[in-house]
Design a protein around this ligand. Sequence first.
Ligand SMILES: Cc1cc2nc3c(=O)[nH]c(=O)nc-3n(C[C@H](O)[C@H](O)[C@H](O)COP(=O)(O)O)c2cc1C
Length: 220
Amino acid sequence: MPLLDLLKNRYSVRAFLETPVPREILIEIFKGAQLSPSNCNVQPWQVYVISGALKDQLKESLLTAILSGKEPNPDFDWKVHYFGVHRERQFGSANALYGSMGIERSDKQARLDAMLRNWSFFDAPHVAFFTMEKYLKMMGAVDLGIYTQTLSLLMTERGISSCFQGALGQFPDPVRRLLNLPDSSGVLFGMSFGYADESKPVNATRTDRASMEEAVVFLE
Ligand SMILES: Cc1cc2nc3c(=O)[nH]c(=O)nc-3n(C[C@H](O)[C@H](O)[C@H](O)COP(=O)(O)O)c2cc1C
């Protein structure tokens, strides 16, 4: 499929079928993502793909931590306080998401339940955690952003859906324990992936984009 069609086809999926992705396809995709460029070719991504019983165990420990009222303690400076047009777009994406699920703005419990689905990995058979050395800060985050977009497009090409999840970096302690991460390393974010359950209303969510003219200025 031409790249532009892949970009048009990709969207965030938040309900998955149980069917796992065969290991040989996983290997092909993650091998492909290794071709991503990075600043000075440092390739700072250290990626963990968790599936099966270990994934279910992690889900339980994350939900236990969150439901106990724990405050988010991300390894990196990740605070989602948007202003101006960014805030408007944030509201736009939330409205698209909750609208597709038929959740009213005033229904706080339903919104919370939908949010908690992040830590159930939206029932996906696989979840990837993207970690890097903490000292890299913004430099590393740029590289990981490029890496993960490459990854998601390689997945789209093979009919595999995904959702980038900043939420998966908000409560890193159970993840750090499971992965035995050294203090020098942090969880930047995660991604649930697998085959989309097209019957679920949440997967009808579509977001719009600002026009190219709003984002790009050509000068000569
Ligand atoms: C870095 C990053 C973090 C995100 N974090 C979350 C998240 O925690 N939970 C979620 O449901 N969606 C998350 N998203 C998905 C965005 O909401 C989504 O990409 C955006 O609304 C555009 O919609 P689309 O992906 O369907 O085109 C994240 C996306 C990115 C790129």
